[in-house]
Design a protein around this ligand. Structure first.
Ligand code: GDP
Ligand code: CA
Length: 305
């Protein structure tokens, strides 16, 4: 069965890792690039790198992003020189950004560079950026519009988000590999990723809604909410400030037009009737991926439903 997954960073990477261990051959993962930005002249793609490092078993097990055993010699020296240090790049991690920036400057597409990185990491799946040109996510806070990394890293996602914009998405088609992966998919899965910051940027691409409609296969999402909390990150705060219930029913509001089935945590079974009333099928199961076995278990369920 050909599988295509849509994913952001940490939640996307954990779930995709489980799928990859069970299904390493016919797997494509379409990754959000709305968080991508330039720093020190380098092209940085945080979600692609989180998925790459996790699948390659290179990820830092505590943070869930960055590389295991990485050091910060370069950042320390950069601070001495008075350089920008609000976004810390590890020494090993820098190599990825150097490689990517160099290949892009030679005219390679982001799709091509990402495939080269995946191949160097020994991965057999198709690791696909959602598109080949920048579609930066912008967020409106009480103080005005800011860049994604300004909100997420510099301000530590402490502000309420009042509106999200995916700049240029309506004029940017999905990358060719993404179109192919969706057309060929026999099942489409949405990782438990942030709907506003990781999935909506993908959905907002030019022609994406129609492409999605033409894929007449099972479409299943895993909710990133467990009870009234996100496992990680600002999702609960975003649901609240954007006017949705702060639980998996809020996720159902966001995804109802995109999937037929929503997997929610078994502790949230009481939400099942309200989610079904939106026209979605509901599957209840433990959705916390505490370890690799937990990732595989959730992946198995997504394949078996
Ligand atoms: P980001 O780009 O690093 O923010 O990552 P994603 O958008 O892919 O994923 C963020 C979401 O992953 C958060 O809202 C978390 O609630 C969710 N998440 C992380 N780990 C787990 C887990 O073990 N189970 C579930 N259900 N969600 C998770
Ligand atoms: Ca992200």
């Amino acid at each position: 069965m050909k599988l295509t997954v849509l994913a952001g960073g940490v939640g996307g990477a954990r779930f995709t890792h489980g799928l990859y261990r069970l299904w390493p051959q016919d797997l494509s993962v379409v990754v959000n690039t709305g968080d991508d930005f330039q720093l020190h002249g380098l092209s940085i793609c945080p979600d692609l790198d989180t998925v790459l490092y996790t699948l390659a078993d290179w990820a830092d097990p505590v943070q869930g992003w960055g590389l295991r055993g990485d050091t910060s010699v370069c950042s320390t020296q950069l601070a001495r020189l008075g350089g920008e240090t609000w976004f810390r790049l590890g020494d090993l991690d820098l190599a990825t950004h150097l490689f990517r920036t160099q290949r892009l400057s030679q005219g390679a597409s982001l799709t091509q560079v990402t495939a080269e990185l995946a191949q160097s990491a020994g991965l057999s799946l198709a690791l696909l950026p959602m598109c080949d040109s920048p579609v930066p996510t912008k967020l409106r806070l009480a103080s005005g519009w800011v860049d994604f990394q300004d909100y997420f890293v510099r301000r530590q996602h402490a502000d309420a988000v009042l509106e999200c914009r995916y700049q240029g998405a309506a004029q940017t088609p999905p990358a060719a590999g993404v179109v192919q992966a969706l057309r060929q998919a026999e099942r489409i899965l949405l990782a438990p990723s942030n709907p506003f910051l990781s999935l909506q940027p993908i959905f907002s691409l030019q022609g994406f809604a129609q492409l999605w409609q033409e894929c007449r296969v099972r479409k299943l999402a895993i909710s990133p909410m467990i009870g009234e909390a996100a496992v990680k990150g600002p999702l609960a705060s975003l649901l609240a400030s954007l006017g949705h219930p702060v639980n998996s029913l809020g996720i159902a509001h966001c995804l109802r037009d995109w999937v037929d089935t929503l997997v929610i945590d078994e502790g949230d079974r009481a939400l099942q009737p309200a989610i079904e009333a939106l026209g979605l099928k509901v599957v209840c199961t433990p959705t916390l991926m505490q370890d690799v076995a937990g990732r595989e278990r959730l992946a198995r369920l997504a394949l078996d439903v």
